[in-house]
Every structure is written in C-alpha cells, then in structure tokens.
Design a protein around this ligand. Structure first.
Ligand code: AMP
Length: 187
C-alpha cells in the first residue's frame, strides 16, 4: 500500500496517517516534519527553508526536489508507505512519479482529506505549532488552494484520487479511510 496524503493544513493528515501507519505497519514521511526539524537543528536545509515556513509559503521546488531522494530513501524498501505533505506542486508530483516508476513501485492511491475552511482554521489555531499563527494559517490555506489543490485534478485523471470526508470525529474518519483503501489495494 503506497499512499500520498493530500489535504489542506489542519485537515488531519498527520493524525490519520499515524493511525494507518500503526494499523498496517507502514513507513511514513512528513516533509513538514523534515523541514521543521531542519529549522530547529539549524542545518543548511533548515536555514534555507526557515523563511518560507515562518511566512507560511511553500519551500521552493528547487530545494524540495534537491532533498527528496534522500528523504524517500529507505522508505521505498518498506512494504508500504504514506507520504504526508509531499508532493505539494505538480513538478513535485512528476518527480515522485519518476522516482517510483524507476523502482517499479507506483502509488496505489492519493487520499484527499476534505474539511470545510472554517474548521481548518479552528483546528490549526488549537495545535500550537511554531508555524501556526493566525497570519501564516491564512497564507498557508491560500497557498494550498493555489499550488496544491490542482493536484487533485492531476491525480483524478490518473484514477488515483480518493476523497474522504474528514470533518467527522477522528475514529469515524479512520473507519471510512480504511473502508476506501480496502477497495483500492490489498491492505
Ligand atoms: P506541513 O507540516 O506539511 O503543513 O508543512 C509545513 C511547512 O513546511 C509548509 O508550510 C511549507 O513551508 C513546508 N513544506 C512541507 N512540505 C513541503 C513541500 N512538499 N513543498 C514545499 N514546502 C513544503
């Protein structure tokens, strides 16, 4: 089971991915976690990325594409994995496709967690992350709509998109997710 989790910031990607990872023993990478850790560790990548995280903007593709092979390395040897927060742009999706095609390990599904806009803001304000201020939350939502949402149509065309109503309580969303994935690939 090789999955991409697509969803606005605050849609519960991290929470649902963690539940799936535990249930099905999958590998997991969140590029947001990778960037936040790099910022905290003040690595070269962190120094390059910090301004974008603080501003609520996407780290430029050039930087993301330069580090993604290393980030995915190891993950591809697992029996399955979830990518959370990557890809976020069409060029990133194309790069991912090329990497996975070279390993003969194409994606099984791209899960889009759907939550109404007002709930997203409330959820993000309640989680106290250093890049979650009211200003950056607004910018990150706009960035999502402009740069990441077009990926839904991109993956829809490839027959990979699975949309899940993620406005419900955590366990209920998890239940629908498992049901949808069960129809998609062997779990
Ligand atoms: P997230 O935890 O997925 O919401 O990501 C937090 C921040 O990390 C984002 O607001 C971006 O600045 C950066 N980021 C994470 N993943 C990516 C990506 N695939 N492309 C560009 N920027 C990213």
């Amino acid at each position: 089971m090789r999955l991409v989790f697509l969803g606005a910031p605050g849609s519960g990607k991290g929470t649902q991915a963690a539940l799936l990872v535990k249930r099905f023993d999958l590998g997991y990478v969140s590029t947001g976690d990778v960037f936040r850790q790099a910022v905290l560790d003040q690595t070269a990548l962190g120094l390059q990325a910090k301004g974008y995280l603080d501003a609520g903007l996407l780290v430029p593709d050039e930087i993301v594409l330069g580090m993604i092979d290393q980030v995915l390395d190891g993950l591809l040897n697992k029996k399955g994995f979830i990518l959370d927060g990557f890809p976020r742009t069409i060029p990133q999706a194309e790069k991912l496709e090329a990497i996975l095609a070279a390993k003969h390990k194409p994606l099984d599904a791209v899960v889009s967690l759907e939550v109404a806009e007002e709930s997203l803001v409330q959820r993000m304000l309640s989680r106290k992350r250093f890049d979650d201020t009211e200003e950056t939350i607004r910018i990150r939502l706009a960035t999502f709509h402009q740069q990441t949402e077009p990926l839904k149509a991109y993956y829809q065309k490839k027959g990979l998109l699975r949309q899940v109503d993620a406005s419900k309580p955590v366990q209920e969303v998890f239940g629908s997710l498992v049901a949808i994935l069960a129809q998609t690939a062997s779990l």
